[in-house]
Design a protein around this ligand. Sequence first.
Ligand code: GLY
Length: 318
Amino acid sequence: MTQPVLIASERGEVGLAAGMAVLRGRGGAGPGRAMDAVEAAIRIVESNEEDHYVGVGGLPNLIGEVELDASIMDGATRRAGAVAAVTGFPHPISIARAVCDLLPQHVMLVGAGAERFADEAGIARGPTLTEEARQMWQDGLTSSGLADAGTRHGPGEVSYRRKVLERIATMPPPAGSWGTVNVLALDAAGNLAAGVSTSGYPWKYPGRVSDSAVIGAGNYCDNRAGAAACTGRGELAIRGGTARSVLVRLAAGDDPAQACAAALRETADLPDEFRSPLQCLCLTPDGRHGGAATNAGATYAVMTAADDDYRVVERRRA
Ligand code: GLY
């Protein structure tokens, strides 16, 4: 039997105890599945209103709507489910999981189609925009001279779109660890799963899809090599195919931190005037793990079935 392991990006640690309870098995049930542990852990993060980059309390897009992205991938089957630009549902990870389990002919649903499917799958609707997040949005627009952006978004309104793009181009990278949660799990049966959830770049253009919903970019999982996921500037992870790239490196024999750093370095020369940081994590089928980041001081959290609590590990600087 394999020793279960969970790892999570910054701020994902709040969900690790719930995820590990699943992996250990609750109420006499046998050890649980990696897919269930990932979903359980991420739901806790999505419910944390103090986290302004995931689920409830997430920062809205430019017109004040919270649009959520998420994905989940099963390493045993390489089945995946992903959703993007979902509004009105606090737990996009559960919609992604339902796409994976109930809609095997597809991988990704977006916007109104994802919301329709979530209703059909019986997933609960709920508020996602908190007053604190709304105020942060209002203050952000006012300070950048776009106070009316929330009301000027008619179709074809070219001047509005120009202003939005100018605003996004001048946005400084958010300070501190920001954006997105990754949870990677290895269960007692030796199966891996990877999950990602985000509200995306603050004040993003409406309909913008992050790497968190793009399999191969922000999330990839294959029992033969490992599980990998990204946080930070999603456009770079999409252009670099970063999560899949980590697994290619693992399969070639790199150790976990080395594989993450090499995958991040592949994005280093992409032309990109925004230059916000990108980070990734990985977990191998034999329970090794590592992380890397283009910024200093980045960490991740680890918990095994033998631990009472999680511990924090430094990422390698890419
Ligand atoms: N990685 C999340 C984002 O780009 O919004």
